[in-house]
Write a protein that binds this ligand. Structure first.
Ligand code: HEC
Ligand code: HEC
Length: 198
């Protein structure tokens, strides 16, 4: 009995998945990695309390409808299954104490404070058409940009310039178009958001 409860305590200690930057291993994880890491990191999912399938399904639909996530309709059910299986009530209640179970029904899923304005601006201005947070597509990954500017005191103004004027030659021959319509306040939010990515 004693050893059982000790191991339960241990299991609770290590309940949070390690920060791997990817979705939990599962045959369908590939789809989640491909569809859900375009605009934001996996923490947006892992920071939610365990949620049932309908929550995950509507969350996926919200990404499609509100933010324009290019998720093929045929993958919505698979993704909902995957998320419910790995980040759902079933998975987590199986080993968790009853207090964490059904009674909790959290009304306000956590969002990652401070990062949402940049994310929303980047979504609104179509930055994700060419940039991904973690992987190079047409333009460099935002994480790589953050790494490049890590100890550059002029990073904010250089990024502001890139967004307003566009440019090329820093990452390759491909040209980034200018966004002259953005306000200085908006480019600042975007630059700070990009530089804050890890
Ligand atoms: C086109 C960009 C985009 C893609 C692709 C995307 N998301 Fe999001 N997601 C957002 C934005 C923007 C927010 C921020 C909303 C906020 O904080 O106000 C967000 C927030 C979230 C949140 C936090 C809670 C909420 O609803 O705001 C969850 C959970 C989430 N996304 C899950 C997913 C999952 C799962 C996928 C893959 C099926 C995905 N996202 C793909 C843009 C995207
Ligand atoms: C049509 C594709 C495209 C779009 C849309 C786009 N970018 Fe880029 N972006 C690029 C390319 C290509 C580069 C690399 C340019 C270079 O080599 O100098 C780049 C580079 C960058 C850099 C790095 C600048 C540097 O000094 O190293 C930042 C920051 C950036 N983009 C932010 C954004 C933001 C924010 C948006 C949305 C407002 C955006 N991009 C939209 C293609 C794009």
């Amino acid at each position: 009995m004693v050893s059982l409860s000790l191991s339960q305590v241990r299991a609770l200690d290590i309940q949070l998945p390690p920060e791997t930057g990817a979705f939990k291993q599962d045959p369908a994880a590939e789809i989640a990695n491909a569809q859900c890491l375009i605009c934001h990191s996996v923490e947006y999912v892992t920071m939610q309390p365990p949620m049932p399938r309908p929550f995950w399904k509507s969350s996926i639909q919200k990404m499609q409808q509100k933010y324009g996530a290019p998720i093929p309709d045929g993958q919505v059910e698979q993704l909902a299954d995957y998320l419910a299986r790995n980040y759902g009530l079933m998975t987590n209640t199986a080993s968790a104490p009853s207090t964490a179970a059904s009674s909790q029904a959290p009304a306000n899923p956590t969002s990652v404070a401070g990062t949402t304005d940049g994310l929303q601006l980047a979504t609104r201005y179509g930055c994700f058409g060419c940039h991904n947070t973690t992987q190079k597509i047409v333009g460099p990954a935002y994480r790589d940009i953050a790494a490049k500017y890590k100890s550059d005191a002029d990073a904010l103004s250089k990024i502001d310039l890139q967004i307003h004027k566009g440019g090329s030659g820093k990452w390759g021959p491909v040209i980034m178009p200018p966004f002259p319509q953005m306000t200085a306040a908006e480019t600042k939010v975007l630059a700070e958001w990009i530089l804050g990515l890890k």
